[in-house]
Ligand binder design. Structure first.
Ligand SMILES: [Ca+2]
Length: 319
């Protein structure tokens, strides 16, 4: 199936090398293919093998030669994945092409993509029941979701637009413009933090909607791109790396990647349950249990994860 071919070179790699191997800020697969190959595959099974071959070829061409890159950590060793353990799981709405995920008390905001199918949904955290749902206009492809104070923000992929909703009534209040694509979004309590698939994080003032800072994301000088869904946890920015099962732990001040979680086991379980799943995508943090919630595009479950270790705080560096 396409996802297996797509992620094969990274899924079995326990080291960090494959993440930072992308020395180019460009994603391995051109962004124009990012979101509509997999929906096509899932709705056109007869084309799947051809697309899988093309995707595999593209992936191999773009990452294979670079995968020997070594990535020493600050003590001279190689960055090892952070340990975690699996908890309970929560059902997902059927067919959810997950792009954004965030916990809000005993609810969960879920943003989904695909033209004509994009939604903003409120789920009950305990059992995944849909409590409320808003459809996006057909011409908008939904991406990351976060809330800050009384507003919910939902990115769109290529429309240069961020949708703004009232957090309580779910009324659409308006939108603001962005100059890049929209991939992932979170906040640090005072600023929105956005990814656009590039090796940087954009910090946006929620009053003026202006980008007030851009922080380059890197691992010891090597840019790390394809940053997708985000979550701000314990002072770190967690970021999915598109097409991998890795979630990076980024120092938001310096942009240095200080650690990563490898959720290949979750991706394998999701694929076993439902072979048509797409890539791992979706990170939330439940403050009530201090668990991470991890899911993916077309996954039928959200997996609760207890992080058993985090990078050392002293590794945080000023920019
Ligand atoms: Ca999130």
């Amino acid at each position: 199936m396409p996802p297996r071919v797509f992620m094969g070179s990274q899924a079995s790699d326990p080291q960090f090398n494959a993440v930072t191997a992308r020395r180019s800020p460009k994603p391995a697969i051109p962004s124009m293919f990012r979101n509509y190959l997999f929906p096509m595959v899932s709705t056109l099974p007869s084309c799947a093998s051809i697309l899988a071959f093309l995707i595999g070829l593209l992936s191999a061409c773009s990452t294979g030669a670079e995968s020997e890159a070594d990535t020493p950590d600050s003590s001279g060793g190689t960055l090892k994945p952070l340990r975690w353990e699996l908890g309970e799981s929560i059902p997902m709405p059927s067919g959810a092409f997950t792009q954004g995920l965030v916990v809000d008390g005993d609810s969960l905001w879920l943003g989904t993509g695909v033209y004509g199918k994009s939604r903003l949904m409120k789920l009950r955290l305990s059992d995944g029941e849909i409590l409320e749902s808003r459809d996006l206009p057909r011409q908008l492809f939904g991406e990351g979701v976060t809330f800050l104070k009384d507003r919910i923000y939902q990115l769109t992929w290529q429309a240069g637009m961020v949708l703004v909703y009232d957090r309580h009534s779910l009324e659409r209040l308006g939108q603001f413009r962005i100059t890049t694509e929209g991939w992932g979004i979170t906040h640090n309590g005072s600023q929105l933090i956005m990814s656009a698939g590039l090796p940087n994080l954009q910090f946006i003032d929620p009053a003026s909607y202006r980008v007030v800072q851009k922080v380059e994301v890197h691992r010891q000088g090597v840019p790390v791109g394809s940053l997708n869904e985000l979550e701000f946890v314990k002072g770190w920015v967690l970021a999915n790396v598109w097409t991998s099962n890795k979630v990076l732990v980024i120092d938001p001040e310096s942009g240095e990647v200080q650690g990563f979680f490898d959720f290949s086991r979750i991706a394998a379980d999701a694929r076993k349950r439902q072979p048509s799943v797409d890539v791992l995508n979706g990170i939330a943090h439940d403050p009530a249990t201090d668990e991470l919630l991890i899911t993916g595009k077309l996954y039928d479950r959200i997996y609760r994860v207890k992080a058993l270790e985090w990078p050392r705080k002293e590794n945080k560096k000023a920019p």
